[in-house]
Design a protein around this ligand. Structure first.
Ligand code: SAH
Ligand code: SF4
Length: 363
């Protein structure tokens, strides 16, 4: 059975063509599937009955399985998805007054092992398929229901969940194309953001394949420190990363890169670090988003005190750099940055307990 969620518009049209079906039929099904969130071929009433029968025999529309659905007191909603073999990933919806943002995962675990990241500590399990990635948006749309005023509930998507999106390039790009496709979700490129720890060649490929807004996890202003926090820096050091950012900006939908900067007490939050960041901001058009560190067991890091974060932010702002500090949301349901599925598989526990059944998560 072919899961049609795995196809972007082009791939779906090809699959239809191989079966002697016209491109407009593929478009009809694409619209039913993504615009209207329909999974039942029988409900696709303007699709010829003979084609519906054919589809039922050869294809299915199956999103990932929801293992847990949690609502935080601040309105943040988190879905834990069972992607098989005791692997779980998370999708988080963050409602705000002017927008609704869905944070999507791209991999079960992550191989890049950033020092302060609980996903990194789990190690890498596997890439999500294109269907599992777009399936998160498909599911969230269905589960959030329609807005009574007809407004879009999900207006923005950020690839900031578990995993490094650019290390799962083809599947992520397929999913991005569906997000942007008018027959699917029709989101503006400016409202879809890929966050990367800085895989330079893949940044160049993204620029060519599907330029969307880009966030780069900077986290340190110099190579010596960044090598210790974001190990991929040893392969693609700051000079190369910043050059890739500049190249990206040539075709990016926004005229700045968002630099994410996790605030780690006593590690990367000194005045001197902020001053070094000013030099970087002079090289690349950027905005800064400071992320108060979200602790997890045995991380070895503490969150910078709020006064320190304010001062750090002020130094950047005084230099004319737009700087925001991310509100920590969904703390009570472990949905804050870096806490996703933190208790599903934990390297430190792996020796005692190789697999934690999904049903035991978050107990
Ligand atoms: N792999 C991608 C995207 C996922 S992580 C990346 O690294 O950019 C999304 C953001 O959360 C990244 O900036 C990441 O560095 C940050 N993050 C990871 N662990 C965190 C933690 N414990 N507290 C706060 N932010 C964290
Ligand atoms: Fe992977 Fe991003 Fe976590 Fe680094 S911060 S380990 S790249 S998910």
């Amino acid at each position: 059975m072919q899961n049609l969620l795995d196809f972007d518009a082009t791939a779906l049209a090809e699959w239809f063509a191989e079966r002697g079906e016209k491109p407009f039929r593929a478009r009809q099904v694409l619209r039913w599937m993504h615009r209207f969130g329909e999974a039942d071929f029988d409900a696709m009433t303007d699709v010829a009955k003979s084609l519906r029968l054919k589809l039922k025999e050869a294809a299915c529309i199956v999103p990932p399985l929801v293992a847990r659905d949690t609502l935080s007191i601040d309105g943040t909603r988190k879905w834990l998805l069972d992607v098989g073999n005791a692997n779980a990933v998370e999708t988080v919806f963050i409602p705000e007054t002017t927008r609704g943002t869905l944070c999507i995962s791209s991999q079960a675990g992550c191989a890049l092992d950033c020092a302060f990241c609980s996903t990194g500590k789990q190690g890498f399990n596997r890439n999500l398929s294109a269907g599992e990635i777009i399936g998160q948006l498909w599911l969230a749309n269905r589960l959030l229901g329609a807005d009574p005023a007809g407004e879009r509930i999900i207006s923005n998507v950020v690839m900031m969940g578990m995993g490094e999106p650019l290390a799962n390039f083809d599947n992520v790009v397929s999913a991005l194309r569906l997000m942007l496709d008018d027959n699917a979700y029709g989101l503006s490129r400016r409202r879809v953001t890929v966050s990367t720890s800085g895989i330079v060649p893949a940044m160049d490929r993204l620029r060519e394949a599907c330029p969307v807004a880009l966030a780069v996890s900077l986290h340190a202003p110099n190579d010596a420190l960044r090598d210790t926090l974001v190990p991929i820096n040893k392969k693609y050091p700051l000079k190369e990363l910043l050059a890739a950012c500049e190249r990206y900006l040539v075709s990016a939908p926004r005229d700045f890169i968002t630099f994410e900067y996790v605030m780690l007490d006593g590690v990367n939050d000194h005045d001197e670090h902020a001053r070094q960041l000013i030099d970087i901001a002079h090289q690349v058009s950027c905005k800064f988003n400071l992320i108060p560190f979200n602790p997890f067991p045995n991380s070895g890091f503490e969150r910078s005190p709020s006064g320190r974060i304010k001062r750090f932010s002020q130094i950047l702002q005084d230099a004319g750099i737009v700087t925001t500090t991310r509100k920590t949301r969904g703390d009570d349901v472990d949905a804050a940055c870096g806490q996703l599925a933190g208790q599903v598989k934990d390297k430190t526990r792996r020796t005692q307990q190789r697999v934690v059944p999904i049903t035991q998560v978050h107990q």
